[in-house]
Design a protein around this ligand. Structure first.
Ligand code: ZN
Length: 476
């Protein structure tokens, strides 16, 4: 049985998809007014773990992630640079895709952009229906959602509705919980802002309506899971529910899953504090993308991640414990009859890994099952009692859960095939290794030597420096 914490009920519930064997998943994507930061990746990696786990459990998952390319922030940014929205947002969209691939997150099935195709038409159709049904009203060329007309408003975020002033309105896409008010579905034309001519009049959409329109376009009026960060709960997701359910008359989403924030060195990340990290900043410190991914996914999604150098180093150490064992296993040559204890340990690990994740994605339990296997296999290896066949079974098991779920343990960037790029690749590895040795990080230095060895590159430390050759050749 799979169970998830549903923000809507505030409880951990059994997960039952609408259609057996299929899951329809919507995750709020980036607002592309800037490059993604590591806090954004916390949410996207949680969503990737969720999706990979559901696939691992045999579900056919349809995943939609929107890209917000028109909202207050993108409009302001584009205007400040005198650029079109398209030109302004393009590099941020490209960076998002590139970093997604670096962090081994699976691509969504659809990435609709708000301004693309007839997505604006889809938003207008919902707003029109809300006007027709009396849930929305016009004011000075804009259209607002009347929250008093929707009695269950506030159910997701549990906000206090008593303090609001009836009929108070706001145009900002984002606002605080203590200023709950009627929100803009459609914004009247303003100087310097993009305008669409539509059947409800000229203007541009508010942020919240984008997700209501784009989720139903691909997933239908009711779908299984909607994710985001806790900061999306109010007002964004609360408003999505109000718009969609008022317009369609059916339940919008069955399960709402929200991940907690990422903080850096115990503080909220912000550019002014100088603790603002992009993925590239962390890679520049010498960490591998897989180590960053390991750190991001190894904290349960409903707990805050405190992102520190120590936490990164800890992630590296934990990940290396698994990788070091795999390295040893790959080099076991002896033929011994399979030991029943090893098969048993693998089965226990497999069951523990799955049951951990089934329990509201309890990654700590899932990883504990894996580390218990590492510990027990290490014991057998150190006694010299593990044969090649058992070694392969352990390797296959780890490769399987890594390939399907964790996606950060076994893969190394493959060595380039052509000679010139290979030369540069090896030189860079050697340099990183020298730095590690200079910093007395001998474990890291050994690891790089192993990585090179696995790529068929042999290092020789000579008094003139480090030389290398491809194993089996004379070249150095
Ligand atoms: Zn959204």
């Amino acid at each position: 049985m799979i169970r998830f914490h549903n923000t809507l009920s505030g409880k951990v519930e059994e997960f039952v998809p609408i259609e057996p064997g299929r899951v329809k998943l919507y995750t709020c994507g980036p607002t592309v007014y800037d490059y993604p930061h590591i806090g954004n990746w916390r949410a996207y990696i949680f969503e990737d773990l969720l999706k990979r786990f559901l696939r691992f459990r045999g579900f056919d998952v349809t995943h939609v992630m929107n890209i917000t390319d028109v909202d207050d922030k993108t409009i302001k940014g584009a205007a400040a640079k005198g650029m079109s929205l398209e030109d302004y947002t393009r590099p941020y969209i490209e960076a998002f895709y590139a970093e997604r691939d670096i962090l081994n997150a699976l691509p969504a099935d659809h990435y609709p952009r708000a301004t693309e195709g007839d997505n604006i038409q889809g938003m207008v159709a919902i707003i029109k229906s809300l006007l027709d049904k009396g849930y929305a009203y016009r004011k000075d060329g804009s259209v607002y959602f009347a929250i008093d007309k929707f009695p269950s408003y506030g159910r997701l975020s549990k906000i206090n509705l008593e303090d609001r002033r009836p009929g108070s309105r706001g145009d900002a896409d984002d606002y605080e919980k203590d200023s709950v008010h009627d929100f803009a579905l459609w914004k009247a034309p303003k100087k310097g802002e993009p305008v669409w001519e539509t059947e409800i009049g000229p203007g541009r959409p508010g942020w919240h309506i984008e997700c209501s329109a784009m989720s139903s376009r691909f997933l239908g009026l009711t779908f299984d899971i909607h994710c985001g960060g806790v900061d999306n709960i109010f007002p964004h997701h609360e408003n999505e529910i109000a718009q969609s359910e008022a317009a369609n008359g059916v339940k919008f989403v069955n399960y709402w899953l929200h991940c907690h924030h990422l903080i850096v060195d115990g503080e909220k990340m912000s550019k002014s504090k100088g603790n603002f990290y992009r993925l590239s900043d962390i890679l520049a410190k010498g960490y591998a993308p897989e180590e960053v991914r390991f750190l991001l996914l190894s904290t349960h999604y409903r707990k805050m991640i405190n992102f520190t150098e120590e936490a990164l180093a800890q992630a590296r150490t934990s990940r290396n414990r698994i990788r070091n064992l795999l390295f040893e296993l790959r080099h076991i040559e002896r033929d011994l009859p399979p030991a029943p204890a090893v098969a048993q340990a693998i089965e226990t690990a497999r069951a523990g890994f799955a049951s951990g994740l089934e329990d509201d994605l309890n990654i700590s339990e899932a990883l504990a099952a894996l580390f218990e296997l590492v510990r027990s296999v290490n014991t057998v290896v150190s006694r010299g009692e593990l044969g090649r066949e058992d070694a392969q079974s352990v390797i296959d098991f780890v490769a399987d859960i890594d390939d399907k779920v964790l996606a950060c343990l076994t893969r190394d960037a493959p060595a380039p095939a052509d000679a010139d790029t290979l030369e540069a690749w090896v030189r860079e590895k050697i340099e990183t290794r020298q730095k590690a040795r200079a910093g007395k990080d001998f474990r890291r230095a050994d690891e790089i030597r192993r990585e090179l060895l696995e790529a068929g590159i042999v290092l020789e430390d000579t008094k003139d420096g480090v030389r290398w050759k491809k194993a089996g050749t004379a070249k150095s």
